[in-house]
Design a protein. Structure first.
Length: 403
């Protein structure tokens, strides 16, 4: 097509065709001498020319609806941000145009809502500033400012903003609910169209809708029933845990995670008794503390510490298996329990005073204090009593007491 146009153009310009043929022969001779890269470029341009010719043929078949995308011919051009590459197919192009128009309307709506929200916030801020200014003037004793025409009350602006936000939330919730209802209605409509009544079987146009019967497995049937079930009537999640037991076809238990113990003894079944907590050990006090404070002396006697509420450690009593008849076990138990008394033992009372905590307010042992006069009187009384006993029992020749 382009070659015929070029020839016609040259004819109008008066160029001889013979000279053109001669030039073409020279070009063919020079083309053999051209480098490989130039040859590849020419081949690429020739392929583009053929492709454009095919596109032009397609456009000639189109009588109308020729757009920019049809004339682009895969050319590398720089477009702006608002450019959108539409499809050359007319039906697909209409769908894209409808979607683009819908998105544009949503964008404009959101912009209007944001602008109104910004204005409401500005009014609310202005009312808040006016209320703060009025409070400052009232504290200073100044008269209130005259009300402006466009000025609104702070509480009224706040109430209007809150009601608007509530209405927006309600509208969004209603839109989502309507969308869910539409989807459910579409699903129901599909089920209605697929359903065939019994008296319609065998009529014209019904054979295509009849589904071939196929026997479902147990898993498929259970999954189908679960999909039909409403989620509100589903069992709780706790019951979804797998059982630790495995049963055979007859309903008998095969195995379990916890194997049952065989030949249990009384020590295995006997309930465990919680032992009482150990008693609280208070502070220690030195023995004969008062004697040491009377005087200073040195002694090689070993000092012992007395603990309050000290309970000596008791020997552990082994568990006697009363049901077993093994004599060897009984003999070993009698050897180990040599210090255990044979009489019955009574456990301590389970009272709060026995097992309860120790009182924090304990009496501090004070050092020894005495009066010298009282001590002298007590000593004289003791000597008088001892003298009287000696006089009655000891003869005079053996009495060496000084007068």
């Amino acid at each position: 097509m382009f070659t015929t146009r070029d020839k016609a153009l040259r004819r109008t310009m008066g160029i001889d065709t013979s000279t053109e043929d001669h030039s073409t022969n020279e070009d063919t001779n020079q083309s053999t001498e051209k480098p490989y890269l130039v040859q590849k470029t020419n081949d690429y341009l020739q392929s583009l020319r053929r492709k454009w010719e095919e596109k032009e043929k397609d456009l000639l078949q189109k009588d109308k609806d020729i757009h920019y995308q049809d004339l682009l011919f895969d050319e590398a051009r720089i477009h702006g941000v608002g450019y959108y590459s539409f499809s050359t197919d007319e039906t697909e192009r209409r769908k894209q145009m409808e979607e683009l128009t819908k998105r544009r309307q949503e964008t404009l709506k959101k912009q209007e809502e944001a602008e109104e929200m910004r204005k409401k916030r500005d009014e609310l801020m202005a009312a808040r500033v006016a209320a703060a200014r009025a409070r400052q003037r009232a504290r200073a004793g100044l008269p209130p400012e005259p009300p402006q025409e466009n000025q609104k009350d702070f509480s009224a602006c706040l109430l209007e903003l809150l009601t608007r936000q509530r209405n927006e939330v309600e509208e969004k919730a209603k839109a989502e609910e309507n969308k869910i209802k539409e989807e459910q209605e579409k699903e129901r409509q599909k089920l209605r169209e697929a359903y065939i009544r019994e008296w319609d079987l065998g009529k014209e146009g019904v054979e295509d809708k009849v589904k071939k019967f196929r026997e479902m497995t147990q898993e498929e049937y259970v999954e189908q029933q679960r999909n039909k079930r409403i989620n509100e009537f589903a069992p709780p999640q706790i019951s979804e845990k797998k059982s630790c037991f495995v049963f055979d076809s007859k309903g008998r238990k095969v195995n379990s995670e916890e194997p049952a113990t065989q030949n249990k003894t009384w020590s295995d079944v006997r309930p465990k008794i919680n032992t009482p907590p150990p008693p609280h050990i208070g502070e220690i006090s030195l023995e004969s503390n008062s004697k040491k404070r009377k005087g200073l002396y040195f002694s090689s006697k070993e000092t012992r510490f007395n603990y309050r509420n000290f309970v000596p450690q008791q020997d552990l009593t082994p568990i006697v298996n009363e049901l077993s008849d093994d004599e060897s076990n009984n003999a070993l138990e009698t050897k180990n329990t040599g210090n255990v008394p044979s009489h019955s033992e009574i456990a301590p009372p389970a009272t709060y005073e026995y097992y309860g905590p120790v009182n924090k307010k304990r009496i501090i042992e004070r050092p020894f204090k005495s009066d010298i006069r009282e001590a002298y009187a007590q000593g004289s009384k003791y000597l008088e009593a001892s003298n009287s006993n000696r006089e009655s029992n000891i003869p005079k020749q053996y009495d060496f007491m000084f007068d």
